[in-house]
Write a protein that binds this ligand. Structure first.
Ligand code: GDP
Ligand code: ZN
Length: 369
């Protein structure tokens, strides 16, 4: 009885936040009587904001969750669906994440080779640039690999169309680096193209804008929110120890029901991706690769490389090829570091096991067993 009630409650109040029959099927049998389903709508350093069937709560993971979490990527990200237990009028303890349908990840900023999940369970990724000095097709490629890694084909938005002529060539340049996808001219200022953006964000679907700071992400989000009282300023939250944190990422509901994740101040984007994502983002290069002499051709120093031949013949732009090589190198660097980290971890584990074994035998000798 209780379960049926819990599920009905989710249907009624979480549908706005993207709850669907597919998610329901995941928890219908497993939800405990004292648990609630919720969605992470904002993340802070240690805490997050949750939308539960009966309202908004501050969320914290349990000690058990922390113990079982193998790395930073296992912690709640904005967009995650979670199972939590209420622990007071404002607090809920997060016990589990529902399996993510997808995750948008990057490598954490700095030298550490670790995955950071920017958002989970996203339906559409908008890669945003602008008709100004920010315009840079290499950056579009980078974000595109990120979207492909999450299993999505991005929609490229070139904002500030009010600053560009109707036949601005940068549209063509952007199409050239997104040969299979959609590229749109938009203006947060005049509203050009916003209906098409809305079309990608029907009720209950979750979108995210990726792009460097200054391209107009907040302005566009405000334009989509219209006269709503919501403002896209980061929310602030006290962590109970007298410190205040500003949300890194946050989810908004559009008037027509779509959900948008805002990522203010996202500066450095280093990839966290694998080969197939790169291949999808550079599909014309992948197409040529079948003609290379070696099946494992990296299109670098090898002879008989059809990709390099295409560059020489002028059928593949040299800077597109250079962009590919740069991202490919970045990915193999991450892979090497990961392999090294795994090996070190393996060694450390064995060292600990040996040490424990030695201590065990020593103790046994002492006690005379
Ligand atoms: P964000 O860092 O990506 O969130 O960018 P903002 O939304 O803060 O916008 C950066 C600057 O671009 C601001 O000065 C905006 O007024 C301006 N801007 C945003 N959208 C447009 C647009 O469509 N046209 C023009 N001309 N300027 C815009
Ligand atoms: Zn090759």
């Amino acid at each position: 009885m209780k379960k049926t009630f819990q599920i009905a409650e989710c249907r009624a109040s979480l549908r706005l936040w993207g709850w669907s029959p597919a998610w329901e099927a995941l928890v219908r049998e497993s939800i405990e009587p004292d648990q609630a389903v919720g969605r992470v709508t904002a993340v802070f350093r240690e805490q997050c904001l949750l939308r539960l069937p009966n309202g908004e709560r501050t969320g914290e993971v349990t000690g058990r969750f922390r113990h079982l979490a193998s790395n930073a990527a296992a912690y709640p990200a904005v967009g995650d669906w979670i199972l939590a237990q209420e622990a007071g009028p404002d607090l809920a303890l997060i016990q589990d994440l529902l399996p993510r349908r997808n995750e948008l990840s990057r490598k954490v900023a700095g030298k550490t080779v670790q995955e950071q999940v920017l958002a989970a369970n996203v339906d559409v990724v908008f890669v945003m640039t602008a008709f100004d000095e920010d315009f840079n097709v290499r950056r579009i490629e980078r974000y595109e690999v990120m979207a492909r890694q999450a299993g999505m084909e991005p929609v490229v938005l070139i904002n500030k169309s009010d600053l560009a002529k109707a036949d601005d060539e940068r549209m063509i340049e952007a199409r050239d680096v997104n040969p299979d996808g959609v590229v749109l001219r938009v203006s947060a200022r005049t509203g050009e193209g916003l209906d098409t953006v809305r079309f990608y964000l029907p009720a209950g679907k979750t979108g995210i804008f990726l792009g460097s700071s200054g391209v107009g992400k907040s302005t566009l989000l405000n334009a989509l929110l219209g006269d709503e009282v919501q403002i896209t300023k980061p929310i602030r939250m006290s962590d109970g120890k007298g410190r205040h944190a500003t949300s890194a990422r946050q989810m908004f509901i559009l008037p027509a029901g779509g959900l948008v994740i805002d990522t203010p101040g996202l500066r450095e984007i280093q990839l966290w991706a694998e080969e197939p994502a790169l291949t999808e983002a550079f599909s014309e290069i992948a197409g040529l690769a079948g003609l290379c002499r070696y099946t494992d051709c990296t299109h670098g120093p090898e002879s008989g490389c059809a990709v390099k031949d295409a560059v020489e013949k002028g059928t593949l732009p040299a800077d597109r090829y250079a962009g590919y090589l740069k991202l490919s190198k970045e990915l193999s660097y991450i892979r090497r570091k990961q392999d090294a980290a795994e090996q070190a971890d393996h060694k450390r584990r064995w060292k600990n096991i040996h040490r424990a074994a030695r201590a065990f035998y020593r103790d046994r000798e002492k006690s005379g067993d």
